[in-house]
Each structure stands twice: as structure tokens, then as C-alpha cells.
Design a binder for this molecule. Sequence first.
Ligand code: PMP
Length: 379
Amino acid sequence: MIYLDNGATTKMFEECMDIYKEYACDAFFNPSTNYIHGVNISKKLDEVRQNLLAKLGAKRGDIIFTGGATESNNLAIRGSLRKGWEHVFSIGEHPSVYNVAKDIETFSDYSVKFVPLSKNGQVDYDELEKLLSPKTRLISVMHVSNETGAINDIKRVAKIRDKICPKALLHVDGVQAFCKIEFNLDDLGVDLYTISAHKFHGPKGVGALYVRNKQALKSIVFGGGQEFGLRSGTENVAGIMAMACAFNKINVKENFEKVKKFNTLFIENMNKVDGVHILKIDNSDKDSSFSPYVISLSFDGVNGETLMRALENDVVVGMGSACSAKKSGNRVLENMGMDKSRIKSSLRVSFNAYLNEEEVVSSAEIIAKRYKEVWEKVK
Ligand code: PMP
């Protein structure tokens, strides 16, 4: 079976499991204790914070360890809300941002606005500019779309922020970008950045939130005051150490080049098949930019879910976001103006850098063959 749903989750590196075990079974001490064993663990966590800041390209700021990206996103958003202020979200966000915004919208104290997407899946920068005001407190725009792979120009978003509302916080969900595309947080002008370990071969249920200025954030979980008082609860030490093992192992540039080749190979093979449409870079649009790790494609005359199920024993592909797979419709593709029949026939392929070219070509061939078989049955 070839696994091409790495946007949903990735296989954990075996050596990170060894690290996990070490910190779960041997060095298992609570980092909040004052005896030497606990103090040593606390030091280890601080080393990981420094490593992670360096990997993100941030010279200042702090790392708050969390139970994954859903929690990081909730903390970033709920922790920076202010009554009477405006909060602006891209409509293309993952449910762990979008549904928080929808919830906040029900309270009259907070103003919430949504920025539409352009046809290429990026946030519409002109509309964003129109929606911002000096009363804007928070802007939340994801780095790479989990549905389409579209890369938002975060630097451009930060520049628009600096022009209209320089004090507003910029939160970026970087789950599909960190350890996949090269960037430097200080360059981007980001205040809050979300990552999740299981998307880069670390364990599930552990992640982090980068916070440029802790003073701007309020806690949403109260208790023992861990993580600078911003996320109470004993840290998932084994998970954090295994996460560090994973991001330290990844060479982002090298992996990117490999996956770019996989992407080209896959698209070349799929382009040979009638009835397959690939959402990819529109060269006429200079702003358009896609991560090679994600390909959104659709199949004339065939339901995406039917094809996904017909493939599942040979090639595992996804249907957009796994977190919203059980819901009908697709908010992101709909907002990009894609018609309903194409949305219904959409699938998402997402790579990891540890595949090989044979697997990529053979998966494209299997998908093409299975598509024709399903099409013959339903036509
Ligand atoms: N944001 C994005 C962009 C994602 O792709 C995901 C995972 N599908 C999440 C947030 C949620 O991550 P986690 O599973 O760590 O809560």
C-alpha cells in the first residue's frame, strides 16, 4: 500500500519512538519538580524551545508546548481576543481556526470578519486590506492550505497589517508549512505561529505555539501555571522530545527538492489521463504559489469518495481535510469558485519526502486505472 495522505498525518520516525520511550520510561520526571531529575527535564524542554526557535528562524519570542495544532490555534485566537475589537480570519482556514471564529461570532462583544479566497486558493489580499481597520486586534491567515497546498504570502499580509493596524497580532497556522517549505519567522513578521508534530513524522497529540510577545496573550486553560502561565498542565515531555527528534532530523531544503520532483512526476502521469483536472500553479498569475507536498485533483464523472474507497487497499489518498472529511461540501473549494460537481469529484494527494519515484509513478498509474474502472461502472 502506498500512503499519499501525509497532510492528514505522517508515519512517525522510528528513532523518535526510541526517544519517546527514553523520556516516558527512564527520564520520566515531572519538569515542574525542584529535585535534580525534574530540573534536568525542565532544562531539556528549554533546549527544545531554543532549537525550535532556531528552526523557525525566530531570534526572539517563546515556545508554548501544547497538545497539538487544534489547541495551539484555540490558544492563539481565544488568548488574543479583546472585547470591542475586530478579529479578521481567512475563510480558507482549517476547522480548528474557522470554527473558533464562528463560535466567537455568536458573542456580541467581539467583531469577526472573514476574508474570501481568490481563485488560486490564496487569501484575497485586496479584500483583506479593505476589511482591516485601526480597530483590528487579530488577523489569522494560514501559511499553506491543507486542502489545496496554496501558499499564502505571509510577508505581504504582515505589510498590509503594518500599514493599517500595526498593533494587530498576526496569527499563522503553519501546520502544513513547518518542516516542509523554507521560511524565516522573523522575516515574515508573524506574532503567533502554530505547528503540530504528527505532520512531520513526530507523535500525535503534541505541538507548539510560537509567541512573539507573551504579554499580548491570555491563558485559556488555568491550573499549575506551566508554560509561562499560558498552558497549564504537566508537559507531554516524551512527546515534546520525540517532536524535537523529528524536526531536528528533517532537512527542509533537501526534502523540498525531492517532493518537488514527486509532484512533477505525479502531475505528468495524471495529465496523460482524460477527465482528470489538477489544481496547480496558474503561470499567468504571478501571485500564485503552491506547496509541492499537496495536490488537489478532481475526476470527471466520478465521486471523490467512491474513488478514494476503491483505491484504499493500494493507494491511500485523502478527501481534503481529514478533520472535515465527515462533513458534506467543501468551504475552501467552494469559496475559490469551484463548481459543485468538481468539488464532489475532488481528492487530495499529499506526499512525504521518504517516498521514492517508483512509488509515485506507480500510485499515479493505479489511480488512473482505478478511475477508469469506476467511471466504466457509473457512466
Ligand atoms: N491546521 C491545519 C492546517 C491542519 O492541517 C491540521 C490537521 N489536519 C490542524 C490544524 C489540526 O492539527 P492537530 O491534529 O495537531 O490538532
